[in-house]
Design a protein around this ligand. Structure first.
Ligand code: IFM
Length: 470
């Protein structure tokens, strides 16, 4: 089974760029911006970041956005998703910061001028540090503060922006910060991670509720839509699975995928998952009225970030060394093709498998691929005589294969409307900083963040112009 024959995307299929405020803007202390979690961690331990490049850098887009939007337009990209930084838009008293608001008005206007539509996301792992210190997503204060920040953003930009998203990859902070302990504050507590996940779900739902209210009163434009973006990953196990392997698949799928899919389509969390968690002693900090809040979480459409599948098997132990209940262990597939720079498996068919699962289980849901991309450490080594990076041997096949599987899914009924490539222009990547490069456009850190097209850019331009996946 392959996707070779599927090389044409619909005429109204859109192409764009995915990015985020904290990874591009820079200007970390300008315009009254507050310290966010990444600034806090960078200030505390700069050695945790590749080459000691902390959150301050972005990719200088804050100063170069006119040029960057022109580049997107030149590549045939009609939209770009970035995020407002909560820590830039709001002050520490929870009031709008006029300087931050002015910056985003200018940014959005420049995009319109260049013929690029901005999709706005409200949260990309970047809580203001003062709210984290008061309990972060485990505290109702932060959840309420997020809801009032979202309300302020809708009120300020409600007539300008058509496409809104509450969160990018809401599964990542519970996992990285609270379960695996890889990101600040390095917690390894499964139950706390789920409480964080629950808090984010409430915050998402309160924001969608505020959006609906402001749209009904005319503050938000009538054609505006709201969604959520997650890094969904189709779960796979061994070819001859045991009951216990299948159970590991069910819980992995339930925690990472169905949790969010049920929330945004049914306004509730998946009952089977909540039951299993409760059986293992993991309960949510539920308060009266929470069900009604979650019921508001139904969205207009969804963003699907896809990088890699999750391969799991039955856990070897019930409880790990930190006292956490175990639901699945990683399963190493012998045929896996790896992107060694990132340590992530490359499995383009996963995008199709998950698309078809959504088509079957959530048939009314419209969606787009909101991130997909390949970050490569050796990018800089592949420089041609004329100075351009020749990344065609790996970036083109990666994107081509994923697009072909998307085309096949659409041919078979999937309601996928577009594709945003992650980065397009190289950007700062959390701990990895500039280690792995994702862009079709290079950012030269040795020459003041100068932009330079890579060889793959002409292939991308051809695809966006013709919708033929050559
Ligand atoms: O850089 C990240 C982004 O912030 C979220 N999705 C994955 C990207 C690549 O690692």
């Amino acid at each position: 089974m392959s996707a070779q024959a599927h090389n044409q995307l619909p005429d109204d299929f859109f192409f764009g760029a995915a990015l985020s405020g904290p990874q591009t803007e820079g200007m970390w202390q300008a315009q009254g911006k507050l310290e966010n979690l990444w600034d806090l961690w960078s200030n505390q331990d700069i050695r945790a970041f590749h080459n000691r490049v902390g959150s301050y850098a972005g990719n200088d887009m804050g100063a170069r956005y006119e040029q960057d939007f022109a580049l997107f337009h030149d590549l045939g990209l009609s939209s770009c998703r970035t995020s407002i930084q909560w820590s830039r838009l709001m002050d520490a008293d929870g009031q709008l910061n006029p300087e931050g608001a002015a910056f985003y008005h200018k940014l959005f206007a420049a995009a319109r001028e260049a013929g690029v539509e901005v999709f706005v996301n409200l949260y990309h792992f970047d809580m203001p540090a003062y709210l984290f210190r008061r309990g972060g997503w485990e505290s109702r204060e932060a959840i309420e503060a997020y809801a009032s920040y979202a309300r302020a953003a809708f009120a300020e930009f409600g007539q300008e922006i058509e496409h809104w998203f509450t969160f990018n990859e809401p599964i990542v902070e519970p996992e990285q910060r609270y379960e695996h302990g890889t990101w600040y504050p390095f917690v390894r507590d499964f139950a706390r991670a789920r409480c964080v996940q629950y808090g984010i779900s409430l915050a998402h739902s309160l924001a969608v509720g505020a959006f609906r209210e402001l749209q009904a009163s005319g503050v938000v434009r009538p054609d505006a839509k709201i969604g959520l973006i997650n890094c969904f990953a189709p779960p796979y196990t061994r070819e001859d699975p045991s009951e216990a392997d299948l159970e590991a698949v069910r819980m992995t799928d339930g925690l990472c995928n169905r949790w969010w899919l049920d929330l945004v389509t049914k306004g509730a969390l998946p009952a089977d998952v909540m039951e299993t968690l409760a059986e293992r002693g993991v309960t949510m900090p539920v308060r009266p009225g929470d069900d009604a809040i979650l019921a508001q979480g139904v969205v207009d459409w969804l963003g699907f970030n896809y990088y890699q599948p999750r391969r799991v098997q039955a856990p070897a132990q019930d409880i790990d060394e930190y006292g956490n209940p175990c639901f699945a262990d990683p399963y190493v597939w012998k045929d896996a093709v790896m992107n060694k720079s990132r340590g992530w498996e490359i499995y383009p068919k996963g995008i199709y498998d998950f698309a078809m699962t959504m088509t079957r289980d959530y048939p009314d849901l419209e969606w787009f691929v909101s991130e997909n991309g390949i970050g490569i450490e050796e990018d800089r080594a592949a420089r041609t005589a004329d100075g351009a990076i020749d990344d065609t041997a790996y970036r083109v096949p990666f994107v081509r294969d994923h697009l072909r599987w998307i085309a096949r899914a659409i041919d078979e009924g999937a309601r996928c409307r577009g594709y945003h490539y992650w980065g397009v222009i190289d950007c700062w990547s959390w701990n990895n900083a500039y280690k792995n490069r994702y862009g079709f456009v290079e950012v030269d850190l040795t020459h003041d963040y100068e932009r330079r097209l890579k060889a793959s850019a002409s292939w991308l331009r051809e695809v966006t112009a013709t919708h033929v996946i050559a």
